[in-house]
Every structure is written in structure tokens, then in C-alpha cells.
Design a binder for this molecule. Structure first.
Ligand SMILES: [Zn+2]
Length: 132
């Protein structure tokens, strides 16, 4: 059993523009999030520190964006997602085989049902892209 390596990513900002009105809003708290990441020689966990802000104009709370790292409710990084989707779409693996490869080669446990959802979303996104 390989020890889990932790990578810390800090995307906290002292102030960030409100997504609704653009007003520069001060940080009022920090948030933390753990994401499973692709590993090369063992499991990797990314610990993200992000900032939470409050817009005085809109009276709304929001967090600094992290779409480049992961989807809002996801437990895995985008890299994990894209790698698994590629195994199914480009390498034509079954969901079970892709899950096995993710576990054996990249040290990430992704349930086949989760990979299924990712592939479905990716296919939907591709259809939308082609329509334009
Ligand atoms: Zn605002």
C-alpha cells in the first residue's frame, strides 16, 4: 500500500470581483476542499485552500472560482475526469476496464458509475460543440 501524497494548492485571494456585479469583494473566510488526483507512483490528494467572499452590493456570498481544478461538487480533479473519459472514448475501454486502469495505473478509485456519468456529460458537451 502506497502512502498518500498530499499536494497543497492555494487559490485564496484577499479580494475578488463579484460574479454578479463585478464589485471587488473582500475575503471573509477560507474554505478547504480535498480532491483525488492522478498519481504516477502512488495516490495523490490535492488539498485546495480557497477564499470565500461577500459582495456588499448584492449581499451575496461567493467563492473564488476553481473550475480549472474541478467541477463544483466533484471529489476528483478535472485531470482525473478527462483521463477516465479518454480511456472510454478514445481507447474504447469498457467502464469496468477504465475503472481498473484508473486504479492500477493512476492510483485513483473511481466507481464505473461515476465514469459513466462523466462520459455521458462529455458526449453531451461534444454534441453541443458540434451543433454550432
Ligand atoms: Zn455583487
Amino acid at each position: 500500500m502506497n502512502a498518500i501524497k498530499t499536494r497543497r494548492v492555494n487559490i485564496s485571494r484577499p479580494a475578488y470581483p463579484c460574479p454578479l456585479c463585478g464589485e471587488l469583494s473582500k475575503r471573509h473566510a477560507h474554505g478547504h476542499r480535498s480532491l483525488r488526483e492522478i498519481g504516477v507512483d502512488g495516490p495523490v490528494l490535492v488539498e485546495v485552500t480557497y477564499s470565500k467572499h461577500f459582495c456588499e452590493t448584492c449581499r451575496k456570498h461567493f467563492s473564488v472560482p476553481m473550475d480549472h481544478l474541478a467541477v463544483p461538487s466533484g471529489r476528483f480533479t478535472n485531470r482525473v475526469r478527462w483521463t477516465a473519459v479518454d480511456l472510454v472514448i478514445k481507447s474504447a475501454m469498457t467502464l469496468d476496464k477504465a475503472a481498473l486502469r484508473m486504479r492500477q495505473k493512476y492510483f485513483v478509485n473511481v466507481p464505473p458509475t461515476t465514469i459513466h456519468d462523466w462520459v455521458r456529460d462529455a458526449m453531451a458537451a461534444m454534441r453541443v460543440t458540434r451543433a454550432y
